[in-house]
Design a protein around this ligand. Sequence first.
Ligand code: 6R9
Length: 633
Amino acid sequence: MTNKLQIKSFEEYKEKYALSIENPEKFWGDVAEEFQWIKKWDKVLEWNFQEPKVEWFKGAKLNITENALDRHLETRGNKLAIIWEPNDPKQRFVRYTYRELYEHVCQFANALKEKGIKKGDRVCIYMPMIPELAVAVLACARIGAIHSVVFAGFSSSALADRINDAEAKAVITSDGLNRGAKQIPVKRVVDEALESCASVETVIVYDCLGWGPNMEEGRDYWWHEVVAGQPKSCAPEPMDAEDVLFILYTSGSTGKPKGVVHTCGGYMVGAAYTFQNVYQCDESDVYWCTADVGWITGHTYIVYGPLISGTTSVMFEGIPTYPDPGRFWQIIDKHSVNQFLTAPTAIRSLMAHGEDHVLSYSLDSLKILGSVGEPINDEAWKWYHLHVGKERCPIVDNWWQTETGAIMISGIGNISPMKPTFAGYPLPGVNPVLLDQEGKEIQEADVEGYLCIKSPWPSMLRTTYGDHERCRVTYFSTYDGYYFTGDGAKRDQNGMYRIIGRVDDVINVSGHRFGTAEIENAINTNDNVVESAVVGFPHPVKGQSIYAFVVCEKAPEDEVHARGEIVESVVAEIGKIAIPEKIQFVSGLPKTRSGKIMRRILRKIAEGEVSNLGDTSTLLDPNVVDELIEGKL
Ligand code: 6R9
C-alpha cells in the first residue's frame, strides 16, 4: 500500500487539505478504504468536544496487526520489516523479514494467551530497544490485550505507579539492558516495583545479557521458554474500531502522569497516513527513527506507521555518542538509510562534538530528514541541513504530541515548502487555530497565540485511563469547543506554523516531558524539604533544563550533600532523566497573598533575566525575590 496514500505535489496537498476540512467524513472514509478491515464502519465519525466523545469508523472491526503483518505476507513476505542495530557496533545486527516478524509475533501472542492474557487485559512492557519489544507490542495487539509501554529509564516507583494505574496483569521485561558503555539491571527495577503492585500475575523476562536474574517461582517466566513450541500462527482478535489499542503515560501540568488512551481504528489510519505522507518512502527504502518505543514517537514511527506501510524500519538499541559521536552516521551508511528521524537534542549534542564525525561518512543514501520532540533552533536546523542533509535533503519538522497519536503539523517530504524552525502546514485532516487570551480565534497573518485544534482527527486520544473527567478538564475545558495543546505557536503570512513551546507547567528536557508538579512531589519526599518549586530554563543541548528552588526545614549545613539527597529522591521517584540541573536552597518562595507560587518570577530568575521581573507588588513578601536573585546558581 506504500504509495497509494501519498500526496505527490503541493497542489495536491492544497486540494486534499481543503477537502479534508470541508468534508472530513469523506476524506477519512476514502483514506480508510486502503486498510484491511474485518468489517467496514457504519459511520465514519461522531463527535462532540464537550464530554468529550469522539468515535471514528464506528461499527468497524479490525486487527491492526493484520494490517502491519498478514497483509504484507503475500507481496512482501521476504522483505525486511525490522533491521535491528545493537548498542555495540561489534555485535551482529539482526534482521527480520515480514514473514519472520509475523511468526515471532504469533508465537509470542500464543504464549501470552497460554498465560491467561486475553482481550482487554493490560500488559506493561518495560524493555530495552530490542526487536522483542516490537514483538511484544504487536503480540498484545494481536490478541487484543492493551499494551502500556513504560520507558526503561523510569524508576521502580514511576513504573509501579503506571502498573497500578492501569492494573496491569502482566509485565514483559528483560534481565538487563545495554546503554552505551553501561549495563542497567532492568529486572531488578521490575522486582522492586512489583513489591507494591497487586495486579501483576505474570512476568515474562527476555534474556538479553545472560545475567541470571532473580526469577520468582510461579510468577516469572523466561521468554524463550514460553515461546518454545508455540504455533507460528495465531488468529487475530477482531477488535472494534473504538476498542483500546494502548495506553501511554505522559506528564501534564498537574498531578501524576496520565494514561493517554488510543483506540484501534483511528490510530491505525492516522499512524499510517501521516507516516506515508511525511516520509514519502519508496518500496525499497530503509527508514530509521532514533526514538525509543517507550515514547509515542517510537510507537507510531518505529512500530505501527512503518510496518502498516510495509516499510523497512531500523531499530537502534544504543545512544548517539557510543562508541563515538559518529555512531548515527555510521549506521546510516551501514544500512543505507533513506529517511532519518531524530530529535533536536541529539543534533545539538552531536554538533558539540564538531563536524569531523559526520564528515567522515558519505550519507549518500539520505533523502529526507526529520526532527521531532521539541522546537528546533536555527543553529541546529542549519547544521542538520548542511552537514547531514548536504543541503539536498528536505527537513520535515514534525509537531505532534502523545495525545495526538500522529503528526499534526509538518513538512511533507520534498513536497511542501520548508522554512527553518517552522513546523509548516497542518497535515490533511488537521484543523489548527490560534486563540488569544480570551479564547477568540485569531484570523490574521503573522500572529502568535495558543495552539488549539478545532475538530477531531482519527488518531486523537479518546480519554485518560480510568478518569475521563481529567481528560475533559485537561484538554477540552480551557477553551470551550477546542482541544488545547498546551503549546504556543506563531503563524506567518503564508499560513506556516512555528511552535514556540509549552505555555503550561510542562518542561521539555531533551524532548521528554515532565510536569513541574511531578518533580516537586519527588523533591518533597525528602524529609528535610518543606516545599519546592521547579521551572524550566534554556539549555544549549537539552533545549530546556530543570531549575529547582527548595525550602528546607533547617538550612542545610552541607549544600553539596543536601543536593545529593534531593537528586537521589528524584532518581528514586522518577528516574535519572528528571534530575534538576540546578538546585538552589532558599528560605521562602515568591507567593501571592492567596498562596500561589509566582512561577513567572522564578522562570525569569532561572533564565537570569532579573532586570525585568514585572510587577512584584502582589507578593506576600517582596523581599524574598532579592534573596533568590542573590543566591542564583
Ligand atoms: C511527539 C512528542 C509533545 C510536546 C508538544 C511540544 C513539543 C513535539 C515538536 C514540539 C516544537 C516540534 N514538541 N514536537 N515542539 N516542534 N516538532 O514529542 O510527543 O512527548 O507528548 O511531547 O513536545 O511542546 O506539546 P510528547
